[in-house]
Design a binder for this molecule. Structure first.
Ligand SMILES: Nc1ncnc2c1ncn2[C@@H]1O[C@H](COP(=O)(O)OP(=O)(O)OP(=O)(O)O)[C@@H](O)[C@H]1O
Length: 216
């Protein structure tokens, strides 16, 4: 089992009172599966992805990646994430951002990365931008950079929050192909999305509604 959540609860305090967004979420994603997460806007998809990658902690319940519970965000090779806010480093070029998970991995630090980076950039239609910084490209180009960074190390678990939200109908299919290939190579992939193209590439879909998961 690559990714598992059991009875996950999370509330947020607001001036008008606490909002109990996640009310007992259970889910599991196996290696090689591409699973989409749908649900109405505001249902808590981003809140759940943030918990599953260890950036936030549940009030109750457990999250485990490859059998390990998450007290802190795990290494990229274990769990890579494409967050809605992307989280690119502004001090690194696009090519350096994409290579980061390999550079941070003590076992792979010395590997040549240029070909893998160039291949992903070409496939995603951002070739020729490798020497630019995130602030010098569009948000859609930044999003494809964050996608390339998420897949480059072949993570056990790949989480993506609306990975095609800023892509047009030319660039979205390539992004979906890259995500599908990650699953076919053995990653457990969970994608929060409203996009039909991503749902069509999925093995199954989970629906988050009223704080719990149902199966579509
Ligand atoms: N860090 C936070 N602090 C306070 N409230 C939060 C926080 N994160 C999420 N929420 C609240 O949790 C609810 C769910 O938000 P979330 O962004 O997870 O929804 P979503 O399903 O991803 O929506 P969308 O499809 O529009 O992206 C909202 O009511 C939001 O205000």
């Amino acid at each position: 089992m690559s990714l598992r959540a059991e009875d996950v609860h999370r509330s947020f305090d607001h001036p008008s009172g606490a909002v109990h967004v996640l009310r007992g979420v259970d889910l599991a994603v196996e290696p090689g599966e591409l699973v989409t997460l749908s649900g109405p806007s505001g249902s808590g998809k981003s809140a759940l992805i943030t918990l599953l990658c260890g950036f936030d902690q549940p009030d109750r319940g457990t999250v485990a990646v490859c059998g390990r519970s998450l007290a802190t965000p795990p290494a990229w090779r274990l769990c890579a994430v494409l967050p809605q806010a992307l989280g690119l480093s502004g001090e690194l070029t696009l090519a350096e951002n994409i290579a980061l998970p390999l550079r941070l991995d003590p076992e792979r630090r010395g590997e040549p990365v240029a070909d893998a980076v160039a291949g992903l950039m070409a496939e995603l239609g951002i070739d020729g931008l490798g020497d630019r910084y995130p602030a010098e490209v569009s948000f859609g180009q930044q999003q494809r950079t964050a996608l390339a960074r998420a897949v480059i190390a072949g993570p056990k678990v790949l989480l993506a929050d609306e990975p095609t939200a800023h892509l047009d109908h030319h660039s979205a299919p390539a992004a979906v192909r890259v995500l599908r290939r990650a699953a076919d190579a053995g990653s457990a992939v969970l994608i929060a999305t409203h996009h039909d193209l991503v749902h069509e590439a999925a093995d199954r879909t989970l629906v988050l509604e009223a704080g719990r998961i149902s199966v579509e």
